[in-house]
Ligand binder design. Structure first.
Ligand SMILES: Cc1cc2nc3c(=O)[nH]c(=O)nc-3n(C[C@H](O)[C@H](O)[C@H](O)COP(=O)(O)OP(=O)(O)OC[C@H]3O[C@@H](n4cnc5c(N)ncnc54)[C@H](O)[C@@H]3O)c2cc1C
Length: 289
């Protein structure tokens, strides 16, 4: 199928893009890599009257450190997140997640902003960004606001971004000493999207006990789900294989998956505990080094 007819604008500045969007927020879509929006338009699941191409807007791409945060421009493509020295050094779990998205073409066109704004329940980046306690900066004609990750993903394909707002950057707190991050994914064998995945940020004391943990599970609901029971089980405990296994066994407690043509509910729940354990162990190993 071909998309319904639409107008196309390629603004030269972010202000111009915001002003164009303000004219008809509900009839307009911003275009990033186009790897989710264009297929949806071809299937006529989306029929915006106007597309605003962010590809011509300067300043939205790249990774930089700002104080104790990593700032990733919304238009940064997955390949650049995966290969960024800053990301690999400070949050290797994020580089890992970006490197597991789709194939080379998808990683060279798809953007971090497009991925989180699209909020596919089977996407990779929402899961690791939830574990990393990221925040999302959006801009409209009324100014800026920052949305915490725990308030950002609100439903299937739905976020807290308003129709008149453009996501400009993703802010990731830089993990401190003895912190480790990791991401583990069971991909669907045909699509490569997430069947189940786990993102982890863990902090350990010199003694080996866990000071803090954030664990997020993907693929089992409308979006990333915090595994609060797992986090509680880890905190303050010595990180022995037995305690990690007991904590990971609770990883799917807050989820409510549905069966699909690939996997049963029972299988998804079991795999979540396995991938949670793998990600916790990998994050812990990095926290040691
Ligand atoms: C073959 C294939 C395989 C894939 N495999 C995976 C996979 O394994 N894992 C995975 O996570 N993803 C996968 N994807 C999705 C891919 O990561 C997309 O790049 C991503 O979902 C959307 O990013 P985009 O830059 O292409 O956004 P677009 O398609 O341009 O936009 C998507 C949506 O986000 C909105 N949007 C985009 N940027 C902004 C912004 N800055 N502010 C506000 N709204 C914005 C758009 O208006 C649109 O509604 C795959 C895609 C394809 C085609």
């Amino acid at each position: 199928m071909i998309p319904a007819q639409f107008d196309y604008e390629a603004p030269a500045t972010l202000d111009e893009a915001i002003n164009l969007l303000a004219q008809d927020p509900d009839g307009t879509k911003v275009l990033a890599g186009g790897h989710s929006l264009i297929p949806a338009m071809k299937l006529r699941l989306q029929s915006p009257q106007m597309l605003i191409d962010l590809g011509t807007v300067p300043g939205l791409r790249g990774v930089r450190a700002d104080g104790n945060q990593l700032v990733i421009g919304a238009l940064t493509v997955h390949a650049d997140v995966a290969s960024s020295d800053l990301v690999r050094k400070h949050v290797p779990g994020l580089a890992e997640a970006a490197s597991l998205i789709g194939d080379v073409q998808v990683r060279n066109r798809g953007t971090i902003g497009g991925s989180v704004a699209h909020a596919d329940p089977a996407a990779d980046l929402p899961v690791i960004l939830t574990a990393l306690d990221a925040a999302f900066v959006v801009q409209s004609s009324s100014g800026n606001r920052t949305i915490a990750v725990d308030e950002f993903f609100t439903d299937f394909y739905t976020t807290a971004i308003s129709a008149n707002e453009i996501l400009t950057e993703i802010r990731v707190p830089l993990p401190g000493a003895r912190c480790g991050t990791a991401y583990a994914k069971l991909p669907h064998p045909a699509s490569g999207y997430v069947v189940v995945s786990a993102g982890v940020l863990v902090t350990r004391q010199a003694s080996g006990s866990c000071t803090a943990a954030r664990v997020a599970i993907g693929g089992l609901g409308s979006g990333p789900c915090r595994a609060i029971a797992t986090e509680i089980e880890l905190q303050g405990k010595p990180l022995t294989p037995q305690i990690i296994a007991a904590a990971a066994a609770k990883a799917a407690e807050e989820t409510d998956p549905v069966e699909d043509s690939y996997a049963s509910v029972e299988y998804k729940l079991h795999v979540a505990t396995v991938y949670a354990r793998m990600a916790i162990e990998a994050a812990l190993e990095r926290a040691r080094n």
